[in-house]
Design a protein around this ligand. Sequence first.
Ligand code: CA
Length: 220
Amino acid sequence: MRLLIVEDEKRLALSLAKGLTAEGYAVDVVHDGREGLHRAGEGSYDLVILDIMLPGMNGYRVCGALRAAGHDVPILMLTAKDGEYDEAEGLDTGADDYLTKPFSYVVLVARVKALLRRRGPSGGSPVHVLGEFKIDTAAQRVLRGEEEITLTAKEFSVLEQLVVRAGEVVSKSDILDHVWDFAYEGDPNIVEVYISTLRRKLGASLIRTVRGAGYRLEAR
Ligand code: CA
């Protein structure tokens, strides 16, 4: 999952990014409303955390512009405590949820997870059953029967991209876009490295290579 943080308080933005990265998300940060709109409009984000008071363009306008352009990415708005901005206005412009500053990091993570889950293709259930595997995208756990298989956060993120689109072909660049942030300038073949690790841990038959197109998770 890839998240965008649009927040001009740099220390807050960077500490959120650090925490969410440790949770296994790919996180991009921008500090300006216009840049936020531009990035979010590119469409490869699973969620946007959007501050309201921003240079360039305020959060309400960014949110409104995204919705007007037909983007349905979940948006979590960050509002100031002083009541200068009210939640109703934020939700009116198309935000999915709001959080009042100062907020606890734990609450933010819970809200982010809830929004991502709500958006899940399986009608909100975070648990995907594929043959003998049970993959819980909320708890980031993989079980084969009763046995838990340990994956790193990145390995899980790669697997998750295939799981939420099980049976479909997912291209290498789709995986790269959703799992690595825009600062990643390494070799795109990193995806292959992760796929081969996943095959070693989960068995060779689960993830099929579709030559020239990408990968497909077999829903046996
Ligand atoms: Ca601000």
